[in-house]
Design a protein around this ligand. Structure first.
Ligand code: ADP
Length: 480
């Protein structure tokens, strides 16, 4: 063995107890599904079944919405706001206390490296509850008039890339503003949401304020179409977002939609190149590239293209892919066989359309779903890999000559969620940022998140904002 090789540093799974079977969380209790059906959830790093999850049908959804409605009208909307805030503080503290348990469970069910679930997902989830706990009794400053009102019962549907963090992004503002919730996690990653249900019990949150129904897209559609839902908050694909927008058209339901992205990460010739290379790696390879705001289109000023690519390849050759529970791992497993197939299809299209592929030389484990970090150079704007969201560890590289051209190429996308700009000149960063049609723009960094900072997109990246004061307005109506 090479003396400079890493030794494995495996996180223990002893802290987590996984049941054989999970029921639905309705009205503060775990109840068997009326559907009588369960489906398996697997560990994508070894394809082994972790547990069976209840598959909720329309009757189950109806019971959950009924529980949420009763909790809203009898308890949650009547409670003084400061009291509501105390529950959020309590949940936030329990999440911190049980952080390691959540991190290990998230890594087992999702495939993401423990380093990320431990240092990013779970701390940020707790931070979202702390932040919104503080807002609960200050809603007159949210910008929706002096006596803003909640919507009532909110249906929340979340994806599999940041299961617990997306739950926090949804549940914390909804509860702080006085709404009650029916939430559906993604079918491949339900376990941390079900552990969160236990946290709700532990915090003695009144029954029915949070209800968790598990299942696939059909269950999601049952929530969207239920007449007792006042508002939908969805994070997921643009395709499903469009379906939801169509379903609720003509109803009284409102919606926030956080959808796909194809972010440009722009590197100007005067950028600090080594730092930019770190930002490129973080921008596209964080969470296996399963990130809607990933910096998946790299735009490099033409005269520094070769230097950046050379340094990027050296850096990528040191990325460690493998067991997500190993604390040395940078890239974990792809979340599902279906997602791996989607990544492979687009990568094949990239080659067929004439772009040049380079993949980091890493060993791929024998079982589980994996994809080596990959870049495509010589990409043109018409290529599918420059236009479609790959949602995997695959970067498309384009070049530009002038700042104007960088902006035009960056904006040449149906999406508009995020972007990055790298330059040592503040004036150039501001000039560029003010012309980019993207909801979040990072300067000399990438993928930084904070509960106080609103997040959301332009164009097909969605409707509305989450986080910060702007995010509160998605859950509040003016009194009159
Ligand atoms: P991704 O491509 O990230 O898997 P999806 O949009 O397919 O995103 O999934 C995001 C969430 O939306 C998941 O919880 C999924 O079960 C749910 N979902 C899928 N189809 C529908 C639908 N037709 N109506 C409502 N929710 C859906």
């Amino acid at each position: 063995m090479n003396p400079f090789e890493y030794s494995p540093a495996l996180e223990s799974t002893a802290i987590v107890e996984i049941a054989e079977r999970y029921n639905l969380f309705i009205d503060g209790k775990f109840v068997t599904p009326k559907s009588g059906k369960y489906f398996p959830t697997i560990n994508p790093a070894n394809e082994k079944v972790l547990a069976k999850i209840a598959d909720a049908n329309a009757t189950d959804v109806d019971l959950a919405v009924g529980a949420a409605r009763a909790a809203y009208s009898k308890v949650w909307s009547k409670m003084p706001a400061a009291e509501r805030g105390k529950y959020l503080f309590r949940i936030a503290r329990i999440l911190q206390e049980r952080a390691r348990e959540f991190a290990v469970l998230e890594t087992l069910d999702n495939g993401k490296p423990i380093r990320e679930s431990r240092d990013t997902d779970i701390p940020l989830a707790a931070a979202h509850f702390f932040y919104h706990a503080g807002w609960a009794d200050k809603l007159q400053y949210a910008g929706v008039g002096i006596q803003p009102r909640p919507y009532g019962v909110v249906g929340q549907i979340i994806p599999w890339n940041f299961p617990m963090l997306m739950l926090a992004w949804k549940v914390a503002p909804a509860l702080a503003t006085g709404n009650t919730v029916v939430l559906k996690p993604a079918e491949t990653t339900s376990l941390t949401a079900l552990l969160f249900a236990e946290v709700c019990q532990q915090a003695e949150l009144p029954n029915g304020v949070v209800n968790i129904v598990t299942g696939a897209g059909v269950t999601g559609a049952d929530i969207v179409n239920h007449p007792g839902i006042d508002k939908i908050a969805f994070t997921g694909s643009t395709e499903v977002g469009k379906l939801i927008a169509t379903s609720i058209a003509g109803t009284k339901k409102s919606a926030t939609l956080e959808l796909g992205g194809k972010a440009a990460n722009i590197i100007f010739e005067d950028a600090a190149i080594d730092e930019a290379v770190e930002g490129i790696v973080n921008g596209i390879f964080f969470n296996q590239g399963h990130v809607c705001c990933a910096g998946s289109r790299l735009l490099i000023q033409e005269n520094i293209h070769d230097e950046v690519i050379e340094k990027l390849k050296v850096r990528m050759a040191h990325i460690r892919l493998g067991n997500p529970l190993d604390k040395n791992t940078d890239i974990g497993a792809i979340n599902s066989a279906a997602q791996l197939a989607k990544i492979r299809e687009l990568v094949t299209a990239g080659g067929a359309e004439g772009a040049e592929q380079w993949s980091a030389p890493c060993e791929i484990p024998g079982e589980g779903f994996w994809f080596a970090p990959t870049i495509f150079t010589g990409v043109s704007q018409t290529h599918r890999i420059a236009r479609e969201e790959i949602f995997g560890p695959v970067l498309s590289v384009l070049t530009f000559r002038t700042p104007q051209e960088a902006v035009e190429k960056a904006n040449n996308t149906p999406y508009g969620l995020s972007a990055g700009v790298w330059s040592e000149k503040g004036s150039k960063i501001l000039w560029t940022a003010s012309r980019l049609r993207a909801g979040v723009i990072w300067a000399n960094t990438f993928n930084k998140f904070d509960p106080a900072s609103p997040f959301g997109g332009y164009k097909e990246s969605g409707w509305g904002r989450e986080g910060g004061r702007h995010g509160l307005t998605a859950y509040l109506k003016a009194s009159n």
